[in-house]
Design a protein around this ligand. Structure first.
Ligand code: HPA
Length: 273
């Protein structure tokens, strides 16, 4: 079934359930699942109940959409991300983004776990994404263009909206929150990178590496949404430290810093409202 039909089916189903148009969509990355508890009496919708919606297969990515208000701002939270490495095409991975756009969001906030490439970073720090490098080997817009959403060749020069980044960095500074900024490179995964790949990524200008976010940012940009991306540096990338990488380490760090991650996310929601 084509993507457009799946988007329409999901959006129609959800429109019937919600009583307010969400202004901001948030994709919750590893460790941020609890963030949904901040909403008072949210409407919860399990992915499996949404017609034609792709299902999440990863531990720690539950698969629920939450509609509710945070500081009086109507939001939709996506707990349970879909990844390219799960075997979905990038156009399937981004079905939820198109649905949120159809539901009326104006801004998308993407969060993720990432490996630190910049040697000035340490595990546990947060990085605002200034730009990305797509090394996933694919693009979610491959295939017939959905003219309803955007142009065939969308501009990507302000994907992570400059104005929102400045404003978030400024208020983080004011509140003495340490927020780095840098370029996120996407690799397909699911294997972690080799030390040689990390050296290469550093040379081409990447500060952090991960296996998500880029398809979502491309589709959001195509739909004309403003985007903010925040990475939790859960580990230093392969070869930086003399130790092996594991999903457990990623999970453990994400869990350890979840309250500061949540604080930055809440600030971002306030700033973009
Ligand atoms: N590489 C790729 N993805 C990641 C990493 C990493 O080191 N850490 C968390 N997600």
């Amino acid at each position: 079934m084509d993507i457009q039909k799946r988007v329409d089916a999901g959006a129609e189903f959800l429109k019937e359930l919600i009583n307010e148009t969400p202004r901001i969509g948030v994709v919750l990355g590893s460790g941020l699942g609890d963030f949904a508890n901040k909403l008072v009496n949210p409407i919860k919708v399990s992915y499996k109940d949404i017609p034609k919606f792709p299902q999440s297969t990863i531990l720690g990515h539950a698969g629920t959409l939450y509609f509710g208000k945070l500081n009086e701002i109507p939001v939709v939270l996506m707990s349970g991300r879909l990844h390219y490495y799960e075997g979905y095409s990038q156009s399937e991975v981004t079905i939820p983004i198109r649905i949120m756009s159809k539901l009326g969001i104006e801004t998308l906030i993407l969060t993720n776990a990432a490996g630190g490439i910049n040697l000035e970073f340490t595990a546990g720090e947060l990085m605002l994404i200034s730009d990305h490098i797509n090394l996933s080997g694919s693009n979610p817009l491959i295939g017939p263009n959905q003219d309803e959403f955007g142009p065939r060749f969308p501009d990507m020069s302000d994907t992570y909206t400059k104005e929102l980044r400045y404003s978030l960095l400024k208020s983080a500074k004011k509140e003495s929150i340490d927020l780095k900024e840098g370029v996120y490179a996407m690799m397909s995964g699911p294997s972690f990178e080799t030390p040689a790949e990390i050296k290469y990524l550093r040379r081409i200008g990447a500060d952090a590496v991960g296996m998500s976010t880029v398809p979502e940012a491309i589709v959001a940009s195509h739909c004309g949404l403003k985007v903010i991306g925040i990475s939790c540096i859960t580990n230093m990338a392969a070869g930086v430290l003399n130790q092996k990488l594991s999903h457990e380490e990623v999970f453990e760090t994400a869990n350890r810093v979840k309250s500061s991650f949540a604080q930055v996310l809440e600030l971002a929601i306030k700033k973009v409202k």
